[in-house]
Write a protein that binds this ligand. Sequence first.
Ligand code: ADP
Ligand code: TRP
Length: 340
Amino acid sequence: MSKGSTREIVVSGIRSTGILHLGNYFGAMRNYVRMQDDYNCFFFIADWHSLTTHPDTRELSESVHRVLAEYLACGLDPKKVTLYVQSDIPEIAELYLLLNMLAYKGELEKTASFKDKVRNQPDNVNAGLLTYPVLMASDILVHRAVKVPVGKDQEQHLEVARNFAHRFNHRYGLEVFPEPYAFNFGQDLLKVPSLDGAGKMSKSENQMATLYLGDDDDVIRKKVMKAKTDNGPTEPNTPMPDYIENLFLLMRLVSDNATLLHFTDAYNNASIRYGDMKKALAEDMIRFIAPIRESARELEKNKGYLHQVMKEGADKARASASATLLEVRKAMGMMYSFLP
Ligand code: ADP
Ligand code: TRP
């Protein structure tokens, strides 16, 4: 892909609701790092989105710094990509207001994430939860992005964002927004399963079944060794139960081919010992996680540097966002004090 201003625009964000985990890394971050040389990338920390479920703003501030340190520790280079905090960009809130007028209560109530949240926090079904996909669409459309690297769980939100882009263009008669797509390098969107075989790894749910990029070595060993297994197949080429398939999936992410092949063969000829497999997996996990953990811890202490990255990122993101808002206002004919 050619460099310069013609590069495709990429946007993605992670909520500041805790320490990042393997799902965030392989579903989102790995793509961010791979995209930084070839695309015009905007990666941010979705602190407004966090408020829908995590209202404590003191914890939130710690989490914002932590996620930024993790972005950098995973290899994002602030000279190549724009890194910023969502709440530093008021233009996102302006677009959110305008898109809310094009969003229907019925379609928002139907999204899986809204239904989940209503189930999880029945006492706090705030309007922000309902309009979560509208804010997410604003994050994306404010830079007129086309590719959005995310995990499988975000696919439906991207469909909603496309609908809003299309609806806006159609309503106001100008192609202001391209239609954005969920993106994963060369394959389907990813869902990193949790270690207990139930659901996906996540920042705040089932913490013992989630591997965090901040976990110490012995915590990683303990979690992996506790992963659900059974007595193993008794006959060659038995189909794998889900929880065993999940272990192989995790191994594919962090282990080399020889290790993977060794245990796949052992499974297929019914001689596998899951204890050995988990030991190997734990050590490979540690090799993968430890350098990120250590680097994030160091970076987190350097508040001055983090602040500088956020400030420079906010300036660049605001320039892009305000250019879009100007096009939006023009399309809507709402330019009052702008006109001579
Ligand atoms: P969480 O759900 O853990 O709170 P976020 O909602 O902030 O994390 O998600 C940030 C990014 O990480 C999104 O692109 C999301 O799709 C991705 N992601 C989160 N969990 C997983 C997972 N288990 N597997 C793959 N991708 C995931
Ligand atoms: N909703 C996403 C999640 O929970 C986070 C997010 C907010 C996001 N705004 C975004 C992802 C814009 C991609 C693009 O994972």
